[in-house]
Ligand binder design. Structure first.
Ligand SMILES: [Zn+2]
Length: 325
């Protein structure tokens, strides 16, 4: 997890505790005005609880008797308080601090282990940071439809588009995703537009985000903007996000304006990610030959040497989908 989110989550929990403390203060105010005798009782219980904990620190023979007596008295007063609250139509817990997560008492931790509510909040944060929150509502494995891929061969490809896609899907769902945290596989999806590259990368992103991984999506254009932001404005949080996310998806490589700057910075980013064993998924509409022509050899050799290559081909599925509507 990147540091920025650790900080954000600490703040979120602090805010929850603050809100609950304020809500309790309000409830006490109400009781004070309407049934002051219940609040007096509550204050008395509070004082006795403090005495009880002081007593607990004393040696056994000194404290045992009054300790048990105190405990019994507290239990009795509590029962009376609950009774009074209920008789006036309040919840018996009305004067107690409420927790949104009773497991961790809104701290996010159970001793040193992260609570399940912590992970849920992290997933939510990471969904927002991914840049994919909306896209993956519609494009995920539940909506992926192999039927859009023709089962007859096209061009001089050895397999039909459907067979090809089945092979890719199988590799992703049976190998890449289940082994995501164990392996350092990078993926390069290449092939003409409208063949499902972005769709499939969205499916992958959703699976990983739901498991608590930080996935960041950028079109190559947006990525170059981010790289400029890092280089010229020294934006460390953008750099941290791009370098240390679990999966960086770079969509439509080659659609950006290719300049000396973009090529150099892209190369630096690729190297940093590879060195840190942080994974990437790159998609491009360019053929491998065109990629080599557009980018310096040092980039393409990184791409071809460190990435698993998947070729996408089909008739244009977007056209087919539109016709089917
Ligand atoms: Zn919790």
């Amino acid at each position: 997890m990147i540091n920025e989110y650790k900080g954000q989550l600490t703040d979120i929990y602090a805010k929850i505790r603050e809100e609950e403390a304020a809500a309790l203060k309000k409830r006490r105010e109400i009781i004070k005005n309407e049934h002051p005798e219940i609040l007096d009782l509550d204050n008395e219980i509070g004082k006795m609880c403090i005495r009880l904990s002081i007593n607990a620190l004393k040696s056994k023979d000194e404290s045992e008797q009054s300790f048990d007596q105190l405990k019994d008295a507290i239990t009795e007063l509590r029962a009376r308080k609950y009774e009074l609250l209920v008789s006036h139509g309040y919840n018996p817990e009305y004067l107690n601090l409420h927790y949104r997560c009773s497991k961790c008492k809104d701290t996010g931790y159970i001793v040193t282990e992260r609570c399940s509510c912590y992970k849920q909040k992290l997933v939510k944060l990471q969904y927002k940071a991914s840049g994919l929150e909306n896209a993956i509502k519609e494009e995920n494995f539940d909506t992926f439809n192999l039927n859009y891929y023709p089962s007859h061969r096209i061009g001089d490809e050895k397999f039909s588009p459907r067979k090809n896609m089945e092979t890719i899907l199988n590799s992703i769902t049976a190998d890449y995703l289940p082994n995501f945290s164990k392996k350092d596989d990078n993926l390069l999806f290449y092939g003409t537009s409208g063949t499902g590259k972005t769709f499939l990368s969205n499916c992958i992103a959703k699976e990983l985000l739901d498991q608590g991984f930080l996935v960041v999506y950028r079109t190559s254009d947006e990525l170059i903007k981010d790289l400029k932001e890092i280089r010229f404005n020294n934006n460390l949080s953008v750099e941290d996000l791009l370098i240390n996310c679990d999966l960086l998806i770079i969509d439509d490589l080659g659609a950006e304006q290719i300049t000396e700057f973009s090529v150099t910075e892209l190369f630096t980013l690729l190297n940093k990610k590879l060195l840190n064993k942080k994974k990437m998924l790159i998609s491009t509409n360019l053929s491998l030959q065109t990629l080599t022509k557009y980018y310096a050899e040092r980039i393409t050799s990184r791409l071809f040497g460190n990435f698993k290559l998947f070729k996408f081909y089909s008739e244009d599925i977007r056209v087919k989908k539109n016709l089917a509507r």
